[in-house]
Design a protein around this ligand. Structure first.
Ligand code: KG4
Ligand code: ZN
Length: 333
């Protein structure tokens, strides 16, 4: 039987709504990014983010429903991100989703944002070929986590960042290089015409296990900029050298985990998995299957939340209307 889920995502600074059929067909996926609004603060301003979500959430949902051509009465469930994320932003999505689920008399599924990022991969052409176990690297503005996925909805956390997330390091370095916000795509672009060997930034790979640390690297870039002491910074070389250090560490740990656990494939998820060098270099570093979501599904969107919700719905989850936001939610189980 066909299942159709309306999904809502408001965990950070993107307002998203999508209608997903059978966990793999995107009938609509509408995203309103607040990037331009937060750019002048050099980062996400939480109060501004939640206000903006309130302003645009209804038109975004209406647009998603219209584009999908699905009669809301025929939906099987409403799904919404319940965490992790900014509390004020999460509350907007959860409260609107509650109202919709109540009004339409549908189940309300609360979804973990990280699980959403992981399930973006099931919205791609290659979904039918996916076999477990899989090592998944989730790299976003808020998270750098390595998971072993042994089955649907079953995760073992192998390690994570001890300080800054990879995307956060990109954004902070982007700021000191005076690149536009968010730093990730700007550094990715600047690095393309820079020399990765120009500066020898530290790679914290010798650390035991699968934890990551990026604060030392960020400090090293900052020190180099102070040492250079010029208004005419070699932005391209600094970007390329910084990016090489991030990518080397991400790849080394991910490939080692895939070897140790005999993974059938390596999946990448989250905003930083849009990075061109990471996508290129990971494929070269392993003989295992490597899969990335398409670029539009790497950064925050509601389609991925709908995909995760589908697999939860299939597993018998029906959620609750007494859903609470969980800003510090972790992925386990
Ligand atoms: O997944 P996402 O949209 O939001 C969170 O859940 O955090 O990820 C946003 C992060 C930002 O830190 C942004 O700088 C980074 O993803 N990002 C990139 C690229 N595109 C986005 N980082 C490196 N290279 C990129 N091409
Ligand atoms: Zn995200």
């Amino acid at each position: 039987m066909t299942t159709r889920i309306l999904a809502i995502e408001t965990s950070c600074d993107e307002t998203g709504a999508a209608v997903i059929e059978d966990g793999r067909r995107i009938l609509s996926n509408v995203v309103a990014s607040q990037e331009a609004i937060h750019a002048k603060y050099g980062g996400v301003f939480p109060e501004v983010a939640s206000r903006r979500h309130i302003e645009v959430i209804y038109p975004i949902i209406e647009e998603a429903l219209t584009q999908s051509k699905v009669d809301p009465q025929t939906l099987d469930a409403v799904a919404v991100t319940r965490g992790p994320g900014l509390v004020g932003s999460l509350l907007v999505g959860v409260n609107v989703a509650k109202g919709l689920a109540l009004g339409l008399n549908k189940p309300l599924l609360g979804i973990n944002h990280i699980e959403g990022h992981i399930y973006a991969q099931w919205l791609t052409e290659s979904a039918a070929e996916i076999e477990f176990p899989i090592v998944v690297l989730v790299v976003s503005g808020g998270h750098t986590e390595l998971y072993l996925m042994t089955d649907h909805l079953t995760y073992q956390n192998l390690g994570g960042t001890l300080d800054d997330a990879a995307g956060e390091a990109y954004d902070k370095v982007g700021r000191v290089l005076k690149l536009p916000y968010p730093g990730g795509p700007a550094i990715d672009k600047a690095a393309q015409s820079g020399r990765a060997a120009a500066f020898n930034f530290p790679r914290a790979v010798r650390r035991e296990g699968y934890d990551f640390s990026f604060s030392g690297l960020k400090t090293a870039v900052l020190r180099e900029i102070q040492r250079l002491n010029t208004d005419d910074l070699p932005i391209h070389d600094l970007s390329a050298s910084f990016q090489a250090a991030v990518v080397d560490v991400l790849i080394e740990k991910t490939v080692a985990a895939a070897e140790e656990f005999g993974a059938r494939a390596i999946h990448l998820a989250g905003g930083v998995s849009a990075n061109s060098q990471l996508r290129r270099q990971l494929g070269d570093a392993t003989s295992r299957e490597v899969r990335f979501p398409p670029l539009v599904l790497c950064t925050d969107n509601a389609a991925m939340i709908g995909a995760a919700a589908h697999f939860r719905f299939q597993a018998g989850h029906r959620g609750t209307l007494r859903l609470d936001v969980e800003p510090g939610l972790r992925l386990a189980g």
